[in-house]
Design a protein around this ligand. Structure first.
Ligand code: XMP
Length: 315
């Protein structure tokens, strides 16, 4: 008879015994899994846990600052690293999706490694692996469609042992554990967001200008979803910046600007997904606001594709 309360009690006890006086390092992503893992470890070993939160510059608008503040409120010992320039430079001229993922994954490991080296006597690497991740990595028949694992190879390189307290839980159980430990709803109910972030939602080359356009459009979309009470109704939503321009008209002027695609899906596990039937009035409002407020965008489209055969992300 599983309950979040007994899970927390047992796991904290086990972690105390397993880790003793050892020091642990953990990468926070802003997502539910790594956040709950951090709070659980913090409950067990307090300041022996150091968390690292890397800003690769491809997070949602203002997300880094907001989430960092949330983590500090939770009492976590967290180091925020601004690595925006490093990633932007490494991604210059790159257009292939898998290449982008590799560069972002590698950059992430380098930043993490560098921070970890500054700390003394770290023995363990904490990770927010959950049961579906375990199953996915055991699958031997699956072809890699997209390489999802952003921190693969880290423990070996750094000579650390792995501690993964959520590895037997499903997502809904992880959320219940987080709530049980008093974490804020907005952290727990956060929609999934890919590790490479907006890097795989800017199709084609990533530039500082395009990041800003997409962050602004995405921010309007997500704020409207929250205000309309639709945020919790969908599994995942986000805006995508397409690498094409089209003609429009603004006042008496002809424009030649970018197109934003809006994506929202319903799903239970991201393995399959259906496009969300968002109300037309809602879409109209979001489209108007994006086109009126985001310079560089003159067209908005809505993605009505299901997975399979489409994927949730466009890259
Ligand atoms: P797809 O696009 O494959 O996405 O239907 C399924 C789920 O995985 C997320 N996703 C990623 N997550 N690194 C991640 O951490 C990645 O490279 C990556 N690619 C896709 C996607 O957002 C969706 O939730």
């Amino acid at each position: 008879n599983w309950s979040p309360a007994s899970f927390v009690e047992h796991t904290v006890q086990e972690l105390k015994e397993q880790l003793g006086q050892d020091k642990v390092i953990l990468a926070l992503s802003g997502g539910v899994d790594s956040s709950v893992t951090a709070v659980l470890l913090h409950k067990a070993i307090g300041k022996q846990l150091t968390c690292i939160f890397v800003d690769h510059g491809l997070l949602r608008k203002d997300e880094f600052e907001h989430v960092l503040r949330d983590y500090e409120h939770l009492g976590l010992n967290v180091i925020g690293v601004n690595a925006r320039e490093k990633f932007l430079t490494a991604l210059k001229g790159v257009t292939d999706p898998e290449e982008k993922r590799k560069i972002i994954g590698k950059g992430f490991i380098e930043v993490f490694d560098e921070e970890a080296k500054k700390l003394k006597d770290i023995k363990w690497l904490g990770q927010g692996t959950i049961y579906p991740d375990v199953i996915e990595s055991l699958s031997i028949t699956g072809t890699v469609i997209k390489s999802h694992h952003n921190v693969g190879g880290l423990p070996e390189r750094m000579n650390l042992r792995l501690v993964e307290p959520l590895r037997l839980l499903f997502k809904d159980e992880v959320r219940r554990v987080g709530l049980e430990m008093g974490m804020q709803e907005h952290l727990i109910k956060r929609q999934p967001f890919p590790g490479p972030g907006l890097g795989i939602r800017i199709l084609g080359e990533i530039t500082a200008e395009k990041i800003e356009i997409l962050q602004n459009a995405d921010d309007i979309y997500m704020s409207q979803l929250r205000e309309s009470g639709l945020y919790d109704e969908v599994w995942q939503a986000g805006a995508i910046l397409l690498p094409i321009r089209s003609v429009g008209v603004m006042g008496d002027e002809r424009t030649y600007d970018y197109t934003i695609a809006l994506r929202a899906v319903t799903s239970t596990d991201a393995m399959s997904a259906d496009w969300a039937r968002l109300p037309y009035d809602f879409l109209a409002k979001v489209s108007n606001e994006i086109i009126n407020k985001v310079r560089g965008v003159n067209r908005v489209v809505y993605d009505i594709s299901s997975k399979p055969p489409s994927t949730i992300e466009w890259e």
